[in-house]
Design a binder for this molecule. Structure first.
Ligand code: PMT
Length: 404
């Protein structure tokens, strides 16, 4: 399944380094070419010899180990690899990469890499929750690094919480999704909406919601990686758009409506992950509203229901809605499928921990018109995006076989 793929694994010094032996052997079984670079600290937890035997390749630790070779092989590999995965990624290594420090082979290799780099943080829960670490991870995300979600549970240090390295099978799953051999969305035109719209009250105030755009941006990224040509209609978001994606920036539900409708006919797939305001102020004050005695009433009116209109106009398109619910998730989500003429709906119970607005992960269930449902466990938003696209791919291939 991974034949012809080069996976470069950077192991840093955490107790979870022992899991990398299993990871390497699983990747080899899938016929990947695996190379390993270790920090000196990592060699305290697992020997280079173990990983060399399992990967069937020399393991590098020192920058200038072999003075007889003029080339630095692992730096070259960082450019040729299909994916560089740092696992476990310690707080120290994450901090160094986030700040451009390259003082050993592993960090130098990451700096020199021109390929996708994924990091799997693994550490004590308090280190993981430390705002400095979180800021470093956010910085890396905004620079296009993939950050895998650590698992929660009993940690080697005796604490309980988040910080466990995902199990080898989960790491393999991520690697497969990330380097997916086929560009199975090649030639498919995908429109994705993301973020929370802003509905102005006066020149300085607006009504909005807690959407950060992470879910929609992850879908755009996954679709582009799978070869689609992607248009991302983004409400205001503090995120760097994925490479190779056309971005249309909008502010209000009205703007988003216009942008989506303009591009709708030329799309094959429309995925509406944006949190669009259902109501907006009927009047927008020209000047700042001054405070007065007593309360203030703002009359609201409905915004255009973009998804509904897409459902009305739909011809060959695969139309995917999202449902953000806090109760009766299944009932409300299923209702939207019929009302809006959807091919599927991705429902998230936004009251759940690790799901919905602003989180790095999501927990979703996909519902189909016929009653079929596909439940997904808590995963990074990027992995959810890949899962959603797997389902979209199935609908697309059925539609393509239907007579037009
Ligand atoms: O952006 P993040 O911080 O990553 O958070 C992700 C998310 C929670 C925003 C995302 O996972 C999600 O659930 N998006 C849909 C949010 C939403 O508005 O749900 P809804 O149930 O209110 O709307 C249903 C669907 O109708 C959505 O696809 C929405 O885009 C669409 N809609 C809603 C109102 C409107 N006027 N026009 C629309 O097209």
């Amino acid at each position: 399944m991974l034949r012809g793929k080069i996976i470069l694994i950077g192991v840093s010094g955490g107790i979870a380094a022992y899991k990398i032996a299993d990871l390497v052997s699983r990747l080899k079984k899938l016929e990947a070419e695996v190379h390993v670079v270790m920090t000196r600290a990592a060699t305290e937890f697992i020997t280079p010899l173990t990983l060399a035997v399992l990967s069937q390749n020399p393991v590098a630790v020192e920058m200038f180990e072999d003075t007889t070779r003029p080339d630095i092989q692992h730096i070259e590999l960082a450019q040729k690899a299909d994916l560089v995965l740092i696992a476990p990624a310690t707080a120290n290594v994450i901090g160094k990469i986030a700040h451009g420090i390259a003082d050993d082979l592993l960090t130098t290799m990451v700096m020199a890499s021109t390929t996708k780099v994924a990091l799997a943080p693994s550490m004590n829960v308090h280190m993981y929750e430390n705002p400095i670490l979180q800021e470093n991870l956010n910085r890396l995300r905004s620079l296009g690094y993939q950050v895998l979600e650590p698992g929660a549970g009993f940690l080697a240090c005796g604490d309980t919480g988040r910080g466990r390295l995902p199990e080898p099978e989960e790491l393999v799953d991520h690697i497969i999704k990330s380097v997916k051999a086929e560009k199975d969305f090649q030639g498919v035109r995908v429109l994705v909406t993301a973020g929370g719209t802003r509905e102005p009250i006066d020149p300085i105030r607006y009504i909005s919601n807690r959407s950060t755009g992470k879910m929609g941006y992850a879908i755009a990224e996954a679709a582009a990686e799978r070869g689609a040509s992607v248009v991302l209609v983004s409400a205001p978001a503090q995120l760097t758009p994925p490479p190779g994606v056309e971005v249309i920036r909008v502010t209000s539900a009205g703007d988003m409506h216009q942008a989506v409708m303009q591009r709708f006919n030329e799309c094959d797939v429309v995925i509406k992950a944006a949190a669009v305001a259902d109501y907006r102020p009927r009047q927008i004050a020209d000047q700042k509203i001054k405070k007065m005695e007593g309360g203030l009433k703002i009359e609201l009116e409905r915004t255009p229901d973009i998804l509904f209109e897409c459902g009305q106009r739909k011809q060959h398109q695969v139309l995917v809605g999202f449902a953000a619910e806090t109760e009766n998730v299944e009932e409300y989500a299923k209702k939207k499928i019929g009302q809006k003429n959807l091919d599927m709906i991705v429902a998230n119970d936004v009251s759940q921990d690790g799901a919905g607005f602003g989180t790095e992960t999501n927990i979703v269930t996909i519902f189909y018109p016929g009653g079929k449902k596909v439940e997904m466990p808590r995963m990074s938003k990027l992995d959810v995006a890949f899962g959603v696209l797997d389902e979209v791919g199935k609908i697309l291939s059925v539609k393509r076989k239907e007579p037009q």
